[in-house]
Design a protein around this ligand. Structure first.
Ligand code: ADP
Ligand code: F6P
Length: 319
């Protein structure tokens, strides 16, 4: 292993910079050259590669976003485009590629490895929607961002005695909503993985009012959606003023938390070690606080499980 490349792909996630830094520093520490690829697979197919040294990753560990930039590149789904990418990497003398992104990016990496490019995936997404790993890089930071938003919205909701319906990102995964619901003491948590009973929600809100609650925080996962409509309906049926807030891309930004920074650093270092062992088509994950690598096909085929116990705890203690 003489030269590797690294890119970030799909939606950015806080901690991606720390992961790139760890890849670069671990590789250089072991005498391996590193090329950075800008703008994910889009930059790869247009040859946006540059040599990285220790200084290229100075002062980025604490920064959100990704200095390598990122993209969604539809063309990468075409075999001939991936062949071009493989040829570019070969022309640069690159032996292996580290891809930090979500399941879409991993699928791209998996297909690229079938063309002879050694690949390793780092789970970088705020969604925490990869079944094979307990946590993804960016999840903890986004969770803290959502929590901060909840506490601010709680202030104004309590002052006005309103219901606050808050829409949280996560694509089809309810993890961010569930964890934010627990941490933020939300009265209701609506996620795609669990059935939602509107009548029960209305009863909860009315009962809360009777119990003297000044506010009601209703978290809705993006995968369920419809926060505006739900707030309107709650107001119509209960007579309690309601407002909807869609948190949006604010959840993707911000400096990574210490947890994400440490996770990204451990995972980035592991990616290089895995490549040095001669492995390919692997992804890096964390289980029971142990960093591990796994076959990419196996990891992508795993079915995600939702933490129903945690969901039940939230419902028991938050209402
Ligand atoms: P994420 O990696 O966060 O899931 P996307 O689903 O947008 O984000 O995927 C990121 C990129 O990965 C896509 O823009 C595309 O370049 C590549 N990709 C996604 N799905 C595939 C696929 N089926 N085949 C090849 N490349 C893919
Ligand atoms: O995967 C991260 C994510 O922020 C999802 O939570 C959301 O559904 C999606 O990306 C938004 O994508 P975009 O940034 O392309 O609007």
């Amino acid at each position: 292993m003489k030269k590797i490349a690294v890119l970030t792909s799909g939606g950015d996630a806080p901690g991606m910079n720390a992961a790139v830094r760890a890849v670069v520093r671990m590789a250089l520490h072991n005498g391996i050259e590193v090329m950075g690829v800008q703008r994910g697979y889009a930059g790869l197919i247009s040859g946006e590669l540059f040599k990285m040294d220790r200084k290229s990753v100075s002062d980025i560990i604490q920064r959100g976003g990704t200095v390598l930039r990122t993209a969604r590149c539809k063309e990468f789904k075409q075999e001939e485009v991936r062949e071009k990418a493989a040829a570019i990497l070969k022309a640069y003398g690159v032996d292996a590629l580290v891809v930090c992104g979500g399941d879409g990016s991993f699928t791209g990496a998996k297909l690229l490895s079938k063309l002879g490019v050694k690949t390793v995936g780092l789970p970088g997404t705020i969604d925490n929607d990869l079944a094979y790993t307990d946590y993804t890089i960016g999840f903890d930071t986004a969770l803290n961002t959502v929590l901060d938003a909840i506490s601010k919205l709680r202030d104004t909701s309590s002052s006005h005695e309103r219901v606050s319906v808050i829409e949280v990102m996560g694509r089809n995964c309810g993890d961010l909503t569930l964890y934010a619901g627990i941490a933020g003491g939300a009265e209701a948590i609506i996620v795609p993985e669990m059935p939602f009973n509107k009548d029960e929600l209305i009863q909860t809100i009315l009962q809360g009012k009777l119990n003297g609650k000044l506010h009601n925080i209703v978290l809705v996962a993006e995968g369920v959606g419809g926060a505006e409509e739900l707030a309107k309906e709650i107001e119509e049926v209960t007579g309690i003023e309601s407002r909807a807030t869609i948190l949006g891309h604010i959840q993707r930004g911000g400096n990574p938390t210490a947890m994400d920074t440490v996770l990204a650093s451990r995972m980035g270092a592991k990616a290089v070690q895995v490549l040095m062992e001669g492995k390919t088509s692997r992804v890096i994950g964390i289980k029971d606080n142990k960093i591990f690598d796994q076959d990419i096909d196996e990891a992508l085929a795993m079915e995600r499980t939702f933490d129903v116990d945690l969901y039940n705890i939230a419902n028991a203690i938050n209402q």
